[in-house]
Design a protein around this ligand. Structure first.
Ligand code: ZN
Length: 122
């Protein structure tokens, strides 16, 4: 069985836990990140290169928008309950986003890599 056949047999449901744990989209075992935002260039387990081509992670920006929006909605609802001024409201969202940004960055890339691996296996 080739690596390509292995990758195509991994369906979306079996990828949920590896995505949550930020694991390699190819083998589902190797860690993608070396630190909070520092990425490994290749998978430490299967040696698959994470950045498949130049500009590869540009598509993850879309996922970043979606993830950010979903994570900021509870903050918006919570802030709206306190009826803040427009400046307080904006500052509240900016402060919340400062904490959400690293999460968004990591999961946008991991979700994109897993989606790409499912659509175009190596
Ligand atoms: Zn791997």
């Amino acid at each position: 069985m080739s690596a390509n056949e292995t990758s195509t047999r991994i369906n979306g449901f079996s990828r949920i836990l590896p995505v949550l744990l930020c694991r390699c989209p190819h083998c589902l075992r190797g860690p993608v990140f070396a630190g909070l935002i520092g990425m490994h260039e290749t998978c430490p387990v299967c040696q698959a290169r994470y950045e498949r081509e130049t500009g590869y992670f540009m598509n993850s920006i879309f996922f970043g928008y979606v993830i950010s929006f979903v994570l900021v909605i509870p903050v918006i609802v919570l802030l709206a309950l306190f009826r803040p001024s427009p400046v307080q409201f904006t500052l509240g969202i900016a402060i919340a986003y400062a904490f959400i940004a690293p999460i968004t960055f990591r999961y946008a890339r991991v979700v994109w890599m897993h989606m790409d691996e499912m659509m175009d296996p190596r």
